[in-house]
Design a protein around this ligand. Structure first.
Ligand SMILES: [Mn+2]
Length: 503
């Protein structure tokens, strides 16, 4: 839905969750600016037992002139005229005081508790500020005209992603790069982030670790504190020689926030974070640093009697028990226990890059799977797979492996994130699929494959730093002409990409 659909209300109250954080304030301010520009009567409020106390938030309100008002618990009982919008939280949830109004809309990036009739919830985003930024842009709202707004949105994302270290969504990256920001204010906020009380919480947390010496991981539950502290504690923990991975978590009003760190190539922190939050929240990040959130009601529904310390310890051990490791160069494939398959010819997109940008241009190709830094030359082709995944190819390799088809490229618009190309010289961003043609593989590939009954992590011959993850039900494949070329194909792609060869 779009913001303009809410313009039929004359009075609009925007509510942050109780004990608002930087992301809630920034998101609320973004909506405030938009509706004010439309001539609406707008208020930005929060309620709950406490007024804003943390020094970084007080500075944020003061320096960015955020027009936020505190509504006492008594005042909160009075029904509001017009529309109520909750930001960075969901009306009716435990972390926001219930206000009543003629209509309610929700804009949030946490797990969906109940699908709202008005509003947008996108749990894949690092901050609610990113969602608001996207909506403002869709309305053509000039975000750059107000540096306070840019600074607020930037700081909201910064604090919600543990200083960007747990940021992974490409839209979050787009916003971070696009905003006009007062850097000196960010520095000021950043250095007023922790209180002496939180310094003590970090100290206590560090002496109360639990340690698993089979798998060399540590788990810590910290007392309630700013989520950024979790990242600091886990960064510190990882420097201990005996600790290879760790998770640090604490309670927040609507669930548990956690940070994950890994310093070994066999554990991708981002994937581990997703595993820890599977079915009860969301998690992700980078190979070494990641984080996530577990929703309280989902957790209690699934584990009504389990301590959170026990949950995180068990789940970590379960993670290490759940996969085998395969290093391609040492791997002995066993064709006798595998079946033969031939790979279908599925058309994919391709872009010859020197037709898009001049030779020599440094570019960043952005996809859901991450950024790729390249330089345009006469030889550079980019292949776009059916899920929007992207791989570069040289001309010779391209001409050998693909045949160009005389078809219009139609894919792309339905992707969760359409791959983009940023010209790093002038900062312009183009949509990659706008320039794509269609091609199909030339040769046929035959493989031996078997369905996985256990998880597996494969370090391929081409990449020794990072593994491919296979889950039970996915397929392990080796090329018939090179038994060391081992890789993993997820179940769904395998089903429509490979055909069994009957002999
Ligand atoms: Mn948030």
């Amino acid at each position: 839905m779009r913001l303009s659909e809410l313009e039929n209300y004359r009075n609009i109250t925007i509510q942050c969750h109780d004990n608002p954080d930087a992301d809630a304030l920034a998101s609320g301010y973004g909506l405030y600016c938009y509706f004010r520009s439309k001539g609406k009567k707008v208020r930005l409020v929060y309620s709950g037992r406490n007024r804003i106390q943390k020094s970084n938030l007080r500075l944020m309100v003061e320096k960015l002139h955020l027009p936020v008002e505190y509504v006492s618990m008594e005042e909160a009982l009075v029904p509001l005229e017009g529309l109520l919008i909750t930001v960075d939280c969901q009306h009716g949830a435990g972390n926001v005081t219930d206000l009543t109004a003629d209509g309610v809309a929700v804009f949030d990036h946490h797990q969906v508790e109940k699908t709202p009739s008005l509003g947008v919830i996108n749990p894949n985003l690092g901050s609610c500020a990113t969602l608001i930024w996207k909506l403002l842009r869709e309305e053509g709202f000039d975000i750059d005209s107000d540096e306070h707004l840019g600074t607020a949105l930037f700081y909201g994302l910064y604090t919600d992603t543990n200083q960007f270290s747990e940021l992974y969504n490409p839209l979050d990256m787009d916003m971070r790069e696009a905003l006009h920001v007062d850097k000196s204010l960010i520095t000021l906020f950043r250095n007023s982030n922790l209180s002496l009380k939180e310094l003590e919480i970090a100290g206590i947390a560090l002496i109360r670790y639990s340690y698993n010496d089979d798998y060399e991981f540590a788990v810590i539950k910290a007392q309630p504190c700013d989520p950024n502290l979790l990242g600091l504690i886990s960064d510190f923990l990882l420097q201990v020689d005996a600790i290879k991975t760790c998770v640090v978590f604490n309670e927040v009003p609507d669930g548990y926030k956690f940070s994950v760190r890994s310093c070994i190539r066999e554990v991708n922190a981002s994937e581990l974070a997703a595993f820890l939050a599977e079915d009860i929240g969301s998690g992700g990040g980078h190979y070494e640093k990641a984080g996530g959130f577990v929703s309280l009601w989902r957790y209690e529904e699934k584990f009504p009697t389990l301590h959170t310390e026990a949950y995180f310890n068990n789940r970590m051990a379960q993670y290490f028990d759940s996969f085998d490791l395969i290093y391609a160069e040492d791997y002995q494939a066993d064709p006798d226990h595998m079946a033969r398959y031939v790979k279908n010819k599925i058309p994919v997109g391709y872009v010859k890059m020197d037709r898009v940008l001049p030779v020599g241009t440094p570019i960043t190709v952005r996809t859901l799977e991450g950024d790729l830094e390249l330089t345009v030359d006469e030889e550079l082709y980019i292949i776009i797979g059916s899920n929007g995944e992207v791989s570069p190819s040289g001309r010779e390799e391209f001409e050998r492996s693909y045949r160009i088809l005389d078809q219009e490229y139609r894919h792309g618009r339905d992707l969760e994130y359409v791959p983009t190309v940023k010209d790093r010289q002038d900062g312009r961003t183009l949509t990659l699929t706008d320039y794509a043609g269609v091609c199909e593989p030339t040769g046929s590939v035959t493989v031996y494959a078997r369905e996985l009954t256990r998880g597996v992590k494969v370090f391929t011959a081409g990449n020794r730093e990072r593994y491919l993850l296979g889950k039970p039900g996915d397929y392990l494949a080796v090329r018939c002409d090179d038994l060391h070329d081992v890789y993993v194909v997820d179940r769904e792609s395998f089903g429509h990409t490979y055909d069994r060869v009957m002999t």
